[in-house]
Design a binder for this molecule. Structure first.
Ligand code: DC
Length: 234
């Protein structure tokens, strides 16, 4: 008997804990971890660098479909390391704008589906369980209260580079605006897939969330045991 490699989809708003959980689960299973938000951010960064108008959906989509991405360890676009450059307030805003364009999403979703088609992947984003992999083996939606998400973002060094330290309520306002844009956009808005497991991480230690997710993954692994060729032909 062999166990098929799973597709694990993790969606939710910013600051809900997706990154930490996705990385931990990927390391545990020795799966690839794909942060799809980093792809939208890298495209926004490159569009700004090339002087494109972010409202020009066709031009940004062309850039997205021609680009090559590196997403393991460092984040690269067309060979350029943008790991730190994409974590600024300017790119927060620019990424939310490019993520609203249907042709940009089509280009990136196609790429994400190729990354995950063999399984063995933990993919985090906003539309993984709803659009990218609607039949993912494990679908999670992580959430937390707006206050807690803002606090986490304000204290998260990966998202604080290149910013002046600001009061938490400024972070909270910017975060709420972007989340509102993600939730209300016409194409693939952030929403809970009907068959996703909804986890509210407000006030819950990360170790407890990890244990809960590990239990769900173990159940999915048990379901994914498939007979090998020899067993099937017997
Ligand atoms: O998760 P993040 O903050 O790095 O995402 C950056 C932006 O991209 C954010 O506005 C949400 C958007 N996004 C998206 O629309 N779909 C995804 N699968 C991932 C991110």
């Amino acid at each position: 008997m062999a166990t098929r490699q799973l597709i694990i989809a993790i969606d939710g708003p910013s600051g809900a804990g997706k990154g930490t959980i996705a990385r931990t689960i990927a390391r545990w299973l020795e799966y690839r971890h794909i942060d799809t938000g980093a792809m939208y951010r890298a495209v926004a960064w490159k569009a700004l660098r090339e002087g494109l108008n972010l409202a020009d959906a066709a031009a940004v989509a062309r850039l997205a479909s021609d680009a090559t991405f590196g997403l393991e360890g460092a984040v690269t676009i067309d060979g350029e390391d943008v790991t730190d450059a994409i974590r600024t307030a300017e790119i927060d805003q620019a990424a939310a704008i490019v993520a609203r364009h249907a042709p940009v999403r089509e280009a990136l979703v196609a790429r994400q589906q190729r990354y995950g088609e063999q399984g063995g992947v933990v993919m985090e984003g906003r539309d993984i369980g709803t659009v990218v992999f609607p039949s993912a083996d494990v679908k999670l939606y992580l959430d937390a209260s707006p206050d807690e998400r803002a606090r986490r973002r304000a204290g998260d060094s990966a998202h604080a580079l290149g910013r002046r330290p600001g009061p938490t309520d400024a972070v909270a306002r910017a975060l709420e605006e972007r989340d509102e844009s993600d939730r209300t956009r016409a194409v693939s808005p952030l929403m809970v897939a009907p068959d996703a497991v909804y986890i509210d991480t407000t006030g819950v230690p990360i170790a407890d969330v990890t244990r809960q997710v590990e239990a769900l993954v173990k159940q999915a692994l048990a379901r994914a045991v498939e007979p090998q060729e020899a067993d099937r032909n017997r």
